[in-house]
Design a binder for this molecule. Structure first.
Ligand code: 5AD
Ligand code: SF4
Length: 435
């Protein structure tokens, strides 16, 4: 049988990046090789994101373009995976008849049989939340050598039900993978050249597949020889337990970077968002984390223009940002999502949202640049990942997740080297190797 080609386009979060890798591997067992050209593919999968309206709309415009490819290649099959598939499965098939299959995030292990079905000319849709764990049924990961950093999903789903968020509906209830499976997968990744693993979960710090929670899992992973760095994302403030905070002080392999979304600095809005914490409890938590690891770089997520947000509420968010001082951040205008509680409420005017977002982003970007500037003159360990744009240049990440580029060091991907930071540039740092 001739080799078939698979093109996957990934939208949204890192969990989708991990899922896309696993889908490519599962289809690899069926004889598919990946291609980076849609017009060369026999199977196209869009791994989609439903978190904001814009993300979901992109999928329909991309499908509109892709359907033209079917005219040139009648063998081409098109599939939609991910959270838009989960949320709007039947609607996708109706709006875009060129789509052959729709597969929700919990059903990726069914992809090979679904593909066989669509090859015969049928349509296929799987958007249930099956009893079995997809990771147990997905093809084992191949042994090929890979780059020095990897994502590893350890937890999926969310039970928090923030009033703006579709995740509890698209990804379902919280589920943790057993620690022994994760450790086996991590050891395999390290054998294949991986030196840094980022543990992923929609609520990763609610992980309970190890008796001692996420801190216990991190401790067990830290014992793997050859694994140099551990990170995790994304966390809810209420799930930062004492052991996890302590790990930031006690575990050398756990990197000094933490993404800890707060969304708003106004208690009134936090309550309306159903966040189940206040600005004050968040600030005290940040203090405890910084007591354990004073140099930790904090990152956050913010939503402006949540229904009911008045100027004073927004000011409270600005005040919280000034108090925390973030090294990195992601901020968004509230986007009304069908089926979520906040979608029914009275909305903030679009121009107020735009104005607040601009002011918040200006503040966050000043803080980000100040954090970069503060690195100048410091020595940091950099894990090199790939060649840079210039000759003899390599790019990697510091423990603080800053991109660092170095010229003429002789380093190869996977090396960790001591680097002195020389300059701060737009979104990266320039450094030199220490002799
Ligand atoms: N509108 C805007 N931003 C949202 N997020 C989640 N849902 C929405 C929404 N409806 C943001 C939150 C979350 C991040 C992943 O996306 O800040 O932490
Ligand atoms: Fe969404 Fe809130 Fe769950 Fe995060 S914690 S995935 S924002 S519902």
């Amino acid at each position: 049988m001739a080799e078939r080609k698979l093109f996957i386009k990934t939208y949204g979060c890192q969990m989708n990046v991990y899922d896309s890798e696993r889908m490519a591997e599962a289809m690899g067992v069926q004889g598919y090789v990946t291609t980076d050209r849609a017009d060369d593919a026999d199977l196209i999968l869009l791994n989609t994101c439903h978190i904001r309206e814009k993300a979901a709309e992109k999928v329909y415009s991309e499908l509109g373009r892709l359907k033209e490819l079917k005219l040139a290649n009648p063998q081409l099959k098109i599939g939609v995976a991910g959270c838009v598939a989960q949320a709007e499965g039947a609607e996708i098939m109706r709006r875009q008849p060129a789509v052959d299959l729709v597969v929700g995030p919990q059903s990726y292990h069914r992809l090979p049989e679904m593909e066989a079905k669509v090859r015969k000319g049928a349509k296929s849709q799987e958007t249930e939340f099956p009893e079995e764990d997809k990771f147990d049924h997905l093809a084992a990961r191949p042994k090929a050598v890979r780059g020095p950093t990897a994502f590893l999903t350890v937890q999926e789903g969310c039970d928090k039900f923030c009033a703006f968020c579709v995740v509890p509906y698209t990804r379902g209830a919280e589920m943790s993978r057993p620690a022994d499976r994760i450790l086996t997968e991590a050891r395999d990744l390290v054998e294949r050249g991986v030196r840094e693993i980022t543990l992923l979960g929609q609520n990763v710090n609610a992980y309970n597949g190890h008796d001692a929670g996420l801190a216990g899992l991190i401790g067990a992973l830290a014992k793997i020889d050859g694994l140099a760095r551990i990170r995790y994302t994304t966390s809810h403030p209420n799930d930062m337990d004492a052991a996890l905070i302590a790990a930031h002080g006690g575990c050398d392999k756990l990197m000094p970077y933490l993404h800890l979304p707060v969304q708003s600095g106004s208690d009134r809005i936090l309550k309306a968002m159903n966040r189940k914490h206040t600005a004050e409890t968040y600030l005290r938590l940040v203090e405890r984390i910084r007591a354990a690891r004073p140099d930790i770089l904090l990152s956050g997520d913010f939503i402006v223009g949540f229904p009911g947000e008045a100027e004073a509420d927004f000011e409270a968010t600005m005040e919280l940002v000034r108090e925390v001082n973030y090294g990195q951040a992601y901020s968004f205008k509230y986007s009304s999502r069908p089926g979520t509680p906040a979608a029914e409420r009275e909305q903030v005017a679009e121009d107020a949202k735009s104005d607040r977002l601009a002011r918040l982003q200006a503040l966050l970007s000043r803080q980000q640049h100040a954090a970069q500037e503060a690195m100048i003159g410091r020595e940091v360990d950099v894990l090199f990942e790939k060649p840079g744009r210039l000759t003899n240049q390599m790019v990697g990440k510091s423990g603080y997740l800053h991109a660092v580029h170095v010229t003429g060091s002789g380093a190869v991907p996977g090396d960790i080297a001591r680097i002195r930071i020389l300059r701060s540039e737009a979104n990266s740092l320039a450094g030199e190797a220490l002799a």
